[in-house]
Write a protein that binds this ligand. Sequence first.
Ligand code: GTP
Ligand code: SPV
Ligand code: MN
Length: 596
Amino acid sequence: MHLRKTPPENPTNTTLDALKTWVDQVAELTRPEDIHWCTGSDKEYRTLVSQMLADGTLKTLNETTYPNCYLHLSDPDDVARVEHLTFVCTADQQDAGPNNNWMPPADGHAKMNALFDGAMRGRTMYVIPYCMGPVDSPYSRCGIEITDSPYVVINMKIMTRMGEAALARIEREGKFVRGLHSTGELDPERRFIMHFPDELSIKSYGSGYGGNALLGKKCHALRIASYQARTEGWLAEHMLILGVESPEGETTYIACAFPSACGKTNLAMMVPPASQPGWKVWTLGDDIAWLHLDEDGQLRAINPESGYFGVVPGTNEKTNKNAYDMIQHDAIFTNVGQTADGEPWWEQKKTGTPVIDWQGRDYDPATAKAPAAHPNSRFTVSAKNNPSYSTLADAPEGVPISAIVFGGRRKEIAPLVYEAKDWKHGVLVGAGVASETTAAMVGNVGVVRRDPMAMKPFCGYNFADYWSHWLSFDERTDKLPKIFHVNWFRQDADGKFLWPGFGENLRVLRWIIDRCEGRIDARRTPIGYLPNAEDIDTSELDISDETMHALTTINRETWLEEIASIGEYLESYGDRLPADLKQEQQKVAEDLAKAS
Ligand code: GTP
Ligand code: SPV
Ligand code: MN
């Protein structure tokens, strides 16, 4: 039995009774020392940073070369998302589907409430009002995250529209997603990320890591939002949004879904190479897109986030100059190494030498067996730091999407780019996405698994119902975007990438735009339209005709196996699988069998 002290006075003057009551209930359960309602001000951010510098949660980096940059080192057992500990609690298990871990809502609450009982003793409880999307957009949705982690508060300040404006909207609307988070003991045995989509609520305990703890991001903006989006007729997707501006000044907006650590941030802010004069890329978002049909039947996208929580390793002036530049100031680094003069260091940084690793231990590159930065080390930075930031990222109406692009990390099989035959076939292309696993989640790295629409870890309901929802858009408008598939990660027998990637990916985006505009032909094959090799500009690239041939053709035998494997995967969804999707799969299988 706990000795129950009266919880602290809840200092809010919120006009919303439901909110005040919930905060009181959480304080009653978790027993914090203090309650702080976050205003979202810069002063509040600085005060929290000072406090964390004093208690060692944050460390200052070199103040001359990295002004206002801080380093946070996580518990070594808490550096990635934990899919095996992430649950969707719906009344009927079938609604969560085979793609989610499931628990009955009552059991989920009981389990989580036991963990939260007294969890905030001696700590401050922060109440964070946030808005996902521009505060004045009808497409945006709000939430409140209650947490005992000041690290979460400063990250939420960068990643979301956080504070008073969000609270005002919540009070006006009366509706908000309830997220409760505590870092707890950081014990992987006492860690769960639980979602209650019918109640629009989230409970997360035992992790301080990004996707597990910044509840506005994957928990709200994808799992809960995808569930809500289905009933409301829109889509919440794991997609970057970018604008490609041609030398003539025409901008085409594209949304791309790639699995975690498969190149969204890089593509979203790529710098066009010198060989592509006059082309510009504008970033709308790097991780999440909310897509709505407008009154004219045009699909429009907003980015619900306002910052980037990006993979650090691999970032340099050559691969991603915009990201490299934007993290030179006003950034939070999590789990990178450090140089002797207090600069952050990570693999492929190209400058400096690490002397301390991501666990704060002495590091000697000459003898080290492991990287200095954790492979999933991250930066948190405001989107406005990005030199290619598009001001339309704040537009309440979003941007019109001309192309949807799926992709994965595949050594073999998937060509550089192909186009789906139509929307229905495009849904099959998305459902069939497979990718090698990465360090963004706890578990083995490099194992190929199905990751439909890059949403395997994030779809808040049964994938079969999700595909039906995607298919239903075909009946609602005749202006749907074209759907494509790309693969930047094909390798040769020696494990060398066939395609240079990064900024050179613009060449592929140009092919996609040309196809959207009906400017070029392509080869119709059973899996979709493949480019004529000469239609992808390779000027000034050191790439052989044989390599381009390999990248733009398919092997019938391996594709027969691939489509059969996709068929088996779809079958695992049983009766709920939409018949149209099965038909699309069978059509591809038959056409491949007939092709010679
Ligand atoms: P999440 O934030 O986990 O959702 O990841 P993301 O999809 O935004 O991936 P990101 O852009 O951070 O890239 C992850 C890793 O892939 C980094 O180490 C990049 O350097 C590498 N990468 C990105 N684009 C390319 C590419 O075109 N080619 C190759 N070879 N590697 C790439
Ligand atoms: C991902 O894993 O897809 C990320 C990082 O974008 S996290 O916020 O941890 O989800
Ligand atoms: Mn992501």
